[in-house]
Design a protein around this ligand. Structure first.
Ligand code: GLU
Length: 461
């Protein structure tokens, strides 16, 4: 991209790097040129690690920060396939196995034209910390392709998935690397991927992929888990303030899997969700969204969100505009990275927003996060708030390993416990670091310590 910044430029609102970490960050930038999203994710974490580095200087001696910033393995491969017209198409596939100190590499696959080395690396890096926060035995990784599923027939999606797995199968397995879904990869794609994996390996190894269908090894609540987890995390944060979601206005950006179930749970917890969005604009429904109608349009018809307003009196669709212009008490960005910038943050602060919780991965720009902090808005970072999805993947792996299947109620109960534990670890760590209620500092330090301790125990690996 001509003119695109080559490095993450620290802004006036970036947290100061611990002097011992400056050269570590410089190496990351030099070694991964032009990978802006990855630089941003690393800068975000390194800028908060001061407290733990001061407390445990042995982490520096063991070069743990350097090691954590370098993926264990990166796989890039060609994905050739034939479209419905008989033309050969070529995409690029990725799997970044970032850190396996706590368990098999674990993280989703994203199929979207924006997927690049930088995006997969940033997501893999974040995943290491997110997975550590769950307290479950999970390493971190991420993968995907620049394949665009939009407008593709089911047969094309299947052929693409089969070609993708024809290479990926060599690298994954229940004890090595366990992919799942992410944007553009849902139960349908996991089915095609698992089918090809089983065919090539001649093994019914359920624990190799998560997000499977309920009749063939999938877990209850997996589909709902990221969105539900995000709403539960928001509720926990409000509880520390003696408050709750009940009676509050909420906006949720996006209308994909994460957004839909964040809306559903926020409503069940008593919030009034007055808006959601897609890439074309946003819906404003002051009476509260009809989530079943959103599901019908997005999950069943795979249509544009614009259709919502034609079916629902009192709701309007605002094309080409951003949801953050709607005044709300609670904002849950659940669409994609970089969707809430400094201007949006200013609007939210002016309109009296008290809480922003990230359901998507890194949806708020660093500048926006800084502004929210200065503006006194409580902020829940993605790696803590959206960990419910991967946590439920770990529950799916547990069920697969014991050839068992749990009820919806029991699985949701486990999810709630996990989200409360994540919240507690972040909150307590923020206090230990001297900034109670700063969940960014809390999440990064709590997660870093877990990964670092496991790596220290295992020697120089
Ligand atoms: N893609 C999801 C995430 O960002 C889920 C990963 C998984 O279940 O492995 O956490």
């Amino acid at each position: 991209m001509p003119g695109a910044p080559q490095t993450e430029r620290p802004t006036s609102r970036s947290r100061k790097l611990h002097p011992r970490l400056e050269s570590v960050f410089d190496t990351v930038v030099t070694r991964n040129p032009a990978e802006r999203e990855f630089h941003e994710a690393v800068r975000g974490v390194l800028g908060t690690l001061g407290p733990v580095i001061e407390r445990q200087p042995e982490y520096l001696e063991a070069k743990l920060v350097e090691r954590i910033c370098e993926p264990e393995r990166q796989i890039i491969f060609r994905v050739p396939w034939t479209d419905d017209r008989g033309s050969v198409q070529v995409n690029r596939g990725y799997r970044v196995e970032f850190n396996g100190a706590l368990g098999p590499f674990k993280g989703g696959l994203r199929f979207h034209p924006s997927v690049s080395s930088s995006i997969v690396k940033f997501l893999g890096f974040e995943q290491v910390f997110k997975n550590a926060l769950t307290g479950l035995p999970l390493g971190g990784g991420k993968g995907g392709s620049d394949f665009d599923p939009k407008g593709r027939s089911e047969a094309e999606v299947m052929r693409f998935c089969q070609s993708f797995m024809s290479e990926l199968h060599r690298h994954i397995g229940e004890y090595t690397d366990v992919p799942a879904g992410d944007a553009g990869v849902g139960e349908r794609e996991i089915g095609f991927l698992f089918g090809q994996y089983r065919r090539i390996t001649n093994r019914y190894e359920s624990g190799t992929l998560t997000g499977k269908g309920l009749t063939w090894g999938g877990a209850q609540v997996r589909k709902e888990a990221t969105g539900y987890g995000c709403a539960y995390f928001a509720e926990e944060m409000l509880r520390t303030q003696g408050s709750s979601l009940s009676g509050r206005t909420v906006t949720v950006s996006g209308s994909g899997n994460v957004a839909i179930y964040a809306i559903e749970k926020a409503q069940q917890l008593g919030g009034t969700v007055i808006g959601c969005s897609d890439s074309k604009g946003y819906v404003h429904d002051p009476a509260g969204l009809d989530v079943e109608l959103v599901k019908q349009i997005k999950e069943v018809e795979r249509g544009p969100l614009e259709d919502y307003a034609t079916h629902r009196p009192g709701a309007s669709f605002v094309p080409g505009a951003r949801l953050w212009e709607v005044a709300t008490e609670v904002a849950l960005p659940c669409a994609t990275q970089g969707e809430l910038d400094a201007d949006d943050a200013r609007k939210l602060i002016e309109s009296g927003t008290v809480l922003v919780v990230e359901g998507a991965n890194m949806p708020c720009t660093p500048e926006a996060v800084g502004l929210l902090r200065e503006g006194g808005v409580l902020f829940g970072p993605a790696k803590a708030a959206n960990a419910g999805g991967v946590a439920t993947s770990a529950l799916e792996m547990q069920q697969n390993a014991s050839r068992d299947s749990w009820t919806f109620e029991y699985t949701e109960h486990r999810l709630v416990e996990i989200m409360r534990d994540i919240h507690r670890s972040c909150y307590e760590m923020s206090g230990e670091c001297g900034v109670p209620g700063d969940y960014v500092v809390g999440a990064n330090n709590a997660a870093f310590v877990r990964v670092a301790e496991a790596m220290l125990a295992m020697g120089v690996t």
